[in-house]
Write a protein that binds this ligand. Sequence first.
Ligand code: DC
Length: 231
Amino acid sequence: MRTTVVTIDGPAGAGKSTVAKQLAKRLHFSYLDTGAMYRALTLKALRAKVKLEDESALVALAKKTSIDFKEDPRQGLRVLLDGEDVSEAIRQVEVTNQTFYIARAPRVREIMVDWQREIGTKHNVVVEGRDIGTVVFPQATHKFYLDANFEERARRRIKELEEKGQNVEAEKLKQELKERDTKDMTRTAGPLKKADDAVFIDSTDLTAEQVVEKMSERIKGHKVSESQGRK
Ligand code: DC
């Protein structure tokens, strides 16, 4: 079966998750949060006290790991690490700040990419991440790159954490966000980069609904022009 894949890449805090979930719902597609996979493997490595600098050890760990997603009617999408629900645990600051070890390891990324492609060949799916339009699904039907200015992305992250009841030091968070941006954009393997054929959307002054609307319009417009092209 040929599936339709929509890719959304962009930096932390650009609004990818909110938008990707809403868009998937609207299109009746599945939703894949690839960042959750990198986070889940980081959590497992931390718990197992695997040296995060040791790529071979990370590869061995990845090979004996299963990461699944399950839709819960009340709580939404849940992330399962070897069957355990780790949806909250993978959002801890400690995990967030150490995920770059997994993300920078080329051989671990290859395993992640294989998992992601397997999902994308089975379902119509909206996939969000950093390298989805460039590396994972370069042939995707629709590609978006979502960004927002730094202050706005930091503001959103702070709001999100405060809503979860966490105490946030704004300056520290900004520093961490800046470091994560640099690491995401400068690593050799699968860096965050806009695919040449991705549509760029700046969400700084837009609500999630407005971004979803823009994406839906592009997707619909694309279908029209494709069918016109075939006539
Ligand atoms: O989207 P997120 O913040 O949950 O992602 C966490 C980290 O995972 C991010 O800082 C970099 C990494 N990541 C990646 O390297 N490639 C992806 N496709 C998705 C996430």
